[in-house]
Design a protein around this ligand. Structure first.
Ligand code: B12
Length: 211
């Protein structure tokens, strides 16, 4: 099997929410010594993006979305130990989905790729309050804080978090992402950066911390 066929199988497994196929294919990928990062990016993540689009078009519904997320997560668990961790770049990144929002699939991908790039990630989880972001900045002195939002109703909380975090540390870099936000929203609220996928998020962090 060619590596492109493995990526496609991973994508199809996520789209159809088939955890048996996603985990078996992840094992195949490992035995073929394929790059785990590429399997996640070119295979699983692509599948999740397709399912998200199908959901928007009302061609799949919530139960299928959750099955797809599970199929992806189970394959990620198999691939994760095989990610080549870059020990050079260092620094701490605090990540969280903003208050009122429980969409954490994208944030989890950003976390995974940050860890693979050698960053220490403090994952605050989902529906994270402003106070929790602030407490985490005080506790772990990160170089970067990343906020995720998939909903127009939750993204409006971002400016308050930025103001509160900057009060604690004026030098901290704050980045945003998730389907609800954009580069222009980042500019409007004075965030230091925006990225529309997990790989770009890691590059952005590298640029901001000078790695
Ligand atoms: C999956 C999903 C769910 C799942 C979430 C499961 C989970 N654990 O996350 C479930 C079924 C639970 C769900 C619930 C709801 N959902 Co929903 N959901 C989605 C869906 C279909 C896909 C989101 C997703 O996971 N995409 C795949 C990931 C990989 O992409 P991503 O999140 O964008 O992440 C990538 C980038 O954005 C970036 N990124 C992400 N975070 C960050 C952070 C930083 C710092 C950076 C730099 C980059 C970055 O990197 C990621 C990887 O490449 C979207 C539709 C869509 N097209 O987005 C709706 C959507 C987000 N949901 C929506 C809604 C309305 C809801 C509900 C309110 C539904 C309801 N009526 O109950 C609830 C919300 C509950 C709540 N309080 O949050 C709306 C939001 C509308 C809006 N604009 O406000 C959407 C857009 C669907 C729609 N068109 O109506 N949902």
């Amino acid at each position: 099997m060619k590596k492109e066929d493995v990526y496609k199988k991973l994508t199809d497994a996520v789209v159809s929410g088939d955890e048996k196929l996603s985990t078996a294919t992840a094992h195949d990928a490992i035995s073929m010594e394929l790059d785990a990062y590429e399997c996640i990016q070119q295979g699983l993540n692509k599948g999740m993006q397709i399912v998200s689009d199908l959901y928007e078009q009302r061609k799949v519904f919530v139960p299928q979305i959750l099955r797809s997320a599970r199929a992806m997560n189970m394959a990620v668990e198999i691939l994760k130990p095989h990610l080549e961790v870059d020990s050079k770049s260092s620094g701490t990144v605090v990540l969280g989905v903003v208050e009122g929002d429980i969409h954490d699939i994208g944030k989890n991908l950003v976390k995974l790729l940050c860890e693979a790039a050698g960053y220490t990630v403090v994952d605050l989880g989902k529906s994270v309050t402003k106070d929790a972001f602030v407490a985490s900045v005080k506790d772990s002195s990160p170089q970067v804080v990343g906020m995720s939002s998939l909903m127009t109703t939750s993204m409006v909380g971002m400016p308050d978090v930025i103001a509160a975090v900057r009060e604690v540390d004026g030098n901290i870099k704050i980045i945003i992402g998730g389907g609800a936000v954009s580069q222009s929203y980042a500019d409007t609220i004075g965030a230091d950066g925006y990225a529309d996928d997990a790989a770009k998020a890691v590059k952005l962090i590298g640029k901001l911390v000078g790695a």
